[in-house]
Design a protein around this ligand. Structure first.
Ligand code: NAD
Length: 396
């Protein structure tokens, strides 16, 4: 019996499409590829310089001797190892596709003030041809921006105890109303946010002047398995990944979690699997998603970074069976941790009105639950490798 046709939110059948996914080998790309292979009939042309995180989708599964095993999605995902900075094959791949999803970027805060040129080139200059090819060839584009484009909240400029700081209009971030507030130019941290803002403005202008069909996604701290790397295990020893992998690394090595400037910044965390549901809705409902910018986050999962460290310490103790450290956290200055030119957003609460109205999407997973499944993955994937690495004698 043929499988029932999948329907979009307006009751129309969803037709199979070809998606050129740039940055498909990264954290978000790997989860999106998994979802598209497991639940949809779509084909993915996966573009990246790395493929480790999607290897399990690309390589054939193991089979009994003499037999060739196939994934159920066999033939629907192709990997194209290319650097979009300088590869003429990119336009051909975009032309072959119905939709391009651009995820490629340098997006680790430790790079923004230490490698500002690479950050600006990656997030603005390298994205330009992608936008141009989509516009010239009348192809739809879903572009990944960031919640960092909002910068600091209006409330952060009020005195500490000012009552207006508690009013939502002074801190809730709305796609169509909130301003983008960055620090001065020598605060190079804002190089990333500023490059993302300019590419958003360019895409928006391509829509307004040349009819580009676009959707812009502003992720608010999506976390889950396969995010970044663990220094010295599957990434450089001196590398500084985003906060989830930094704290995981400390927990795995039984070191105190480093809190930058006391960990007072507030963040909302959303589980990657919830967020991917939102991206699938955008992908399959173009009439509802085109022309929109969407916040994708979980306003109910707000904590300070210090509270995040404390919860991760408790959850890790539960999943690993190890007792928590006596001194679980250590304060470090941002200058010591990130270097000169660092600065930060104080608070990030996404307004959910637009995504709710257009796509009916809501996040589901609590902070505790998403940390439990993520840290279970981190423990299973890395604990043994870390134990072995730490047991090796240090060369004198
Ligand atoms: P990621 O670093 O895991 O993935 C990015 C991928 O892009 C990597 O695999 C990288 O190899 C690839 N890439 C970078 N430059 C490339 C190039 N020149 N050619 C080919 N491939 C290239 O990051 P992620 O968390 O998956 O983020 C994806 C997008 O979402 C980024 O644009 C990021 O700015 C945005 N974003 C993510 C979050 C989050 O919470 N994860 C938050 C805000 C914004």
């Amino acid at each position: 019996m043929a499988a029932a046709a999948r329907m979009d939110l307006d009751g129309n059948p969803i037709l199979p499409m070809t998606i050129c996914m740039i940055g498909a080998g990264g954290f978000i790309g790997s989860h999106l590829c998994e979802k598209l292979m497991a639940e949809t009939p779509h084909t993915v042309l996966a573009v990246d310089v790395y493929s480790d995180k999607i290897k399990h989708l690309l390589d054939p599964p193991s089979a009994a001797e003499g037999q060739q095993a196939r994934h159920p999605w066999d033939g629907r995902i192709q990997f194209h190892r290319l650097n979009i900075k300088h590869d003429s094959r990119l336009e051909g791949l975009i032309k072959m596709s119905d939709l391009t999803i651009n995820l490629a970027a340098i997006c680790t805060p430790a790079d923004y003030n230490t490698r500002p040129l690479d950050t600006i080139y990656s997030n603005f200059i390298d994205a330009l041809p992608v936008v141009r090819y989509c516009s010239e060839n009348n192809k739809r584009l879903i572009h990944f921006s960031t919640c960092e484009v909002y910068g600091k909240t209006i409330g952060s400029f009020l005195p500490k105890d000012h009552p207006l700081r508690k009013e939502p209009e002074f801190y809730v971030l709305k796609e169509d109303a909130s301003p983008c507030i960055f620090g001065s130019i020598e605060k190079q941290r804002w190089s990333y946010a500023c490059a993302k803002q300019l590419i958003e403005r360019l895409i928006y202008a391509e829509g307004a002047e040349n009819g580009l069909e676009f959707t812009i996604v502003r992720p608010f701290n999506w976390i889950g398995p396969r995010m970044d790397f663990i220094p010295g295990i599957d990434g450089p020893s001196e590398g500084v990944p985003r906060v989830l992998a930094c704290f995981s690394n400390n927990l795995l090595r039984r070191e105190p979690l480093k809190l930058v400037d006391g960990g007072q910044s507030q963040r909302t965390f959303v589980y990657i699997k919830d967020a991917i549901e939102a991206v699938l809705l955008m992908t399959e409902n173009p009439a509802r998603a085109n022309g929109h910018i969407f916040n994708v986050g979980n306003p109910n999962n707000e904590v300070t970074v210090k509270q995040l460290a404390e919860i991760m310490t408790q959850v890790y103790s539960k999943v690993s069976g190890e007792a928590p450290l006596e001194m679980p956290t250590l304060d470090v200055s941002s200058k010591e941790f990130y270097g000169e030119g660092y600065d930060d957003s104080d608070k990030r609460i996404p307004d959910m009105t637009i995504i709710n109205k257009q796509l009916g999407w809501n996040p589901k997973t609590s902070l505790w639950d998403l940390l439990e499944s993520t840290l279970t993955y981190q423990h299973r994937t890395y604990a043994e490798a870390i134990r072995r690495a730490m047991a090796k004698p240090v060369a004198s």
